[in-house]
Design a protein around this ligand. Structure first.
Ligand code: CA
Length: 545
């Protein structure tokens, strides 16, 4: 009986395999060991639970590494990402852990430093880099530094006496004032302290050499444990309202980090418009998140929506050229960091609706993952997880299974309310060659087969008469690939006789792969290349070399 079931399963897999024309599996991966990666952002709390307390933990992450990247380049069952960003893992009383109480340990709900070492070793074995969230704009109000400073003020700073940092150095670790200033919170004793986010997140005094020495020790500690770099929280709030000082502070950080680990990767959260975050590249930091490109109103989503006429895939391709030039002008080693959404934004699946919603979602993912730079995927995005309105809702349990009782499933944040999933779970999408997950795997495979995509200098072709098609060439180390993304809900026939790739006409170019977001509908047809004309079905991608 078991044998028959196995045979039936094999037949089923073969049958679905025949229907799937998406993945070009026989082109080997070409993984380059540099700072260009496909990142996967993990909120450990909601990702995977290993010990039955329904809170995610590091052992849970380890148990899912094969899903993310099994370390075997000849298989294509894994997602294929090659870097992980762990949201804060250090001890903290909050569920999100952006208020750090100890910079040298792992939150006890998440595990131990030994678990972290094991995670790094397991990631190393799979070629996965790990960066961790580093929150230096503020500490927790429960951090011993702050508690000591507060004790000093309460016990030693009496009426008429000025505080003296030589009596308590921690007084100068923060910004205390007798005046209530903007962004300040009261201690209840006539003193105030800067806390731009919440009362329990006192802003650190990053100009203080002692604080900088503490941060350097923290950085060394985590490099010694094997991290590849850091995601820097809230760089715009280092000195709220003072970009010049923020850039200066980041420059100190970047120089300090690079002196310790020359190939470290650093990505900063500067949540504002590109005109501002482009300036921050002057600090030498590798990446800043491309917020203008992200979120519901971002360029990628606008370009992917057929109902949105004012911004198209053609405009988007032009924008990728501009932002690449601007980043590299400010930092020749700079790498763009693009993403659709993260833990602070409504999830991307909710940006799209209607009969083409899922196809448009896939095309937005394509614009992200086939972009120049490091593309970030927020956990669950690869299955179209939903979650919006509040932060807890945006950080819902990873949707491994439709059965919430299944091992590994978490409860998620306690304030999460009314999150229902629209698309299938990981378990179900793994079986479906037309699923969002399968599409993501193929997109990442394209990235891994063609290093030119993430690394190359971009040329955009914008006078071909097809607004809904992004046509760009990527040139890297003398090799070119042409990336064509048809975001339109209609087939497009492109005359590419004016374009060559690696000195060849389109008719002679190597097809690196076709990818279709809409392969199961009646509209589905295979893309064709006739001479120098490329016929692209609705919602399709082709890579030529
Ligand atoms: Ca647990």
């Amino acid at each position: 009986m078991k044998k028959i079931i196995a045979l039936l399963l094999t037949a089923l897999i073969l049958l679905t395999g025949c229907g799937s024309k998406n993945v070009v599996s026989d082109i080997p991966l070409n993984m380059v060991d540099d700072r260009y990666n496909t990142y996967y952002e993990i909120f450990v709390y909601s990702f995977c639970d290993s010990d039955g307390d329904r809170v995610g933990d590091l052992q849970g992450v380890i148990s899912k590494l094969d899903y993310l990247n099994d370390g075997d380049d000849t298989t294509d069952e894994d997602l294929g990402i090659d870097a992980i960003w762990l949201m804060p893992i250090m001890p903290s009383s909050s569920y999100h852990k952006y208020d750090v109480e100890d910079y040298y340990n792992i939150d006890e709900k998440y595990g131990t430093l030994e678990d972290f070492d094991e995670l790094i070793a397991e990631c190393d074995a799979r070629g996965i880099d790990v960066i961790i969230d580093l929150v230096i704009n503020h500490s927790s109000g429960k951090h011993p530094w702050f508690l000591e400073a507060e004790r000093y003020i309460n016990e030693c700073v009496k009426e008429g006496k000025e505080p003296d940092a030589s009596e308590c150095k921690y007084f100068d670790y923060y910004h205390f004032s007798k005046k209530l200033e903007s962004g300040y919170t009261g201690l209840g004793n006539g003193w105030y302290y800067e806390a731009q986010f919440t009362a329990n997140m006192p802003d650190l005094n990053l100009a203080n050499p002692d604080v900088r020495a503490e941060i350097e020790d923290i950085v060394k500690f985590w490099f010694d444990r094997g991290v590849a770099g850091f995601r820097l929280d809230a760089v715009k709030e280092f000195y709220t309202g003072n970009n010049a000082l923020n850039v200066e502070t980041l420059e100190w950080f970047s120089d300090m980090v690079t002196a310790i680990k020359p190939d470290a990767y650093m990505v900063g959260e500067c949540w504002t418009g590109a005109a501002t975050y482009l300036q921050y590249y002057e600090s030498g930091i590798t990446s800043l998140f491309d917020y203008e490109n992200a979120q519901a109103e971002g360029y990628m989503v606008k370009a992917a929506k057929n109902g949105y006429k004012a911004y198209t895939a053609r405009d988007y391709s032009l924008r990728t050229v501009q932002i690449q030039q601007e980043i590299l002008a400010n930092n020749p080693e700079g790498i763009n960091a693009t993403f659709l959404s993260n833990h602070d934004n409504d999830r991307a699946a909710g940006y799209f609706s209607g009969e083409n919603g899922v196809h448009e979602l896939k095309m937005a993912a394509a614009l992200n993952l086939l972009n120049w730079g490091n593309a970030f995927i927020y956990y669950g995005e690869e299955v179209g997880m939903k979650g919006s309105g509040t932060d807890p809702n945006r950080r819902a349990p990873m949707y491994w299974s439709a059965d919430s009782r299944e091992a590994g499933m978490t409860n998620g944040p306690s304030d999460m309310k009314g999150v229902t999933q629209k698309y299938d779970s990981v378990t179900d999408q793994l079986k479906d060659s037309n699923s969002i997950l399968s599409f993501y795997r193929s997109l990442i495979r394209f990235r891994n087969q063609n290093p030119e995509i993430a690394r190359g200098e971009i040329t955009a072709y914008t006078d071909l008469g097809h607004d809904k098609v992004s046509v760009t060439k990527r040139t890297w180390e003398g090799s070119e690939v042409l990336v064509l993304i048809n975001t339109s809900n209609e087939a497009e026939e492109l005359d590419l006789s004016s374009i060559t790739v690696n000195g060849k006409n389109i008719s002679e170019a190597e097809v690196r792969g076709w990818l279709y977001a809409d392969m199961d509908t009646k509209k589905y047809e295979t893309g064709k290349i006739k001479g120098d004309t490329v016929k692209m079905p609705a919602f399709s991608i082709v890579i030529l070399k």
